[in-house]
Design a protein around this ligand. Structure first.
Ligand code: SF4
Length: 203
């Protein structure tokens, strides 16, 4: 992850030409082509130890900066937690790569078709990053990655093993910013995540 989120990692930029044709020019979701300022692919280290998967670029964050989880409060909190847990080799992305807005111009959740449309882009990023651990930030990302039958319960959660990867649920930083979960507990969860990652790497 770059120290300055305004600067994308060199490795990510080096891969941009490969992505450009498919992701940056993607028009699969007509409503999102209208609402987005830009397509926001994932960013960070490749290969990565851990990939964080959020929901969608926010209108004050990734949609403005072009980098997922940067420029807004959710991004600031996530990156502060990552630094606090001393997580290295991190890649950050979203379930969808374009900002969804409602009729009033506010962020909305992507619908099932939009999520399905963007699945191949997410798979491409995961294949490039080859992480040991994938963290689903929030219920929608969890269901997309773990399956709709999997309960979302980040408190004292156990990881799911899918192939050679571990999948782990955490609250989305926006949930913490809304006050539904304390920042102190969130920081504790990230420390637990770092411990889980160290164990996974040692295996
Ligand atoms: S959300 Fe994904 S699939 Fe839909 S237009 Fe954007 S990049 Fe394409």
């Amino acid at each position: 992850m770059p120290a300055n989120p305004a600067l994308q990692s060199a490795k990510t930029l080096a891969l941009r030409p490969q992505w450009r044709r498919t992701m940056l020019g993607c028009v699969r979701c007509p409503a999102l082509v209208e609402s987005r300022s830009r397509v926001v692919p994932g960013d960070g280290e490749i290969p990565a130890d851990v990939v964080f998967v959020g929901l969608a670029p926010g209108r004050f964050g990734g949609d403005r900066t072009g980098i997922p989880f940067s420029g807004d409060r959710s991004g600031d909190l996530l990156r502060r937690m990552i630094r606090g847990a001393d997580l290295q080799r991190v890649f950050i992305t979203n379930v969808v790569r374009c900002n969804p807005r409602d009729a009033c111009g506010r962020n909305r959740d992507p619908d099932a078709h939009e999520i399905a449309n963007c699945r191949s882009h997410l798979e491409a990023e995961l294949a490039l990053a080859r992480p040991r651990l994938v963290v689903a930030l929030g219920r929608i990302a969890w269901r997309e990655l773990a399956g709709h039958a999997a309960a979302f319960s980040p408190v004292d959660a156990s990881p799911l093993r899918i192939g050679n990867r571990l999948l782990f649920p955490m609250y989305h930083p926006a949930y913490v910013i809304r006050g539904a979960y304390t920042e102190r507990r969130y920081a504790r969860d990230f420390k637990g995540l770092a411990k889980l990652l160290r164990t996974a790497i040692a295996d």
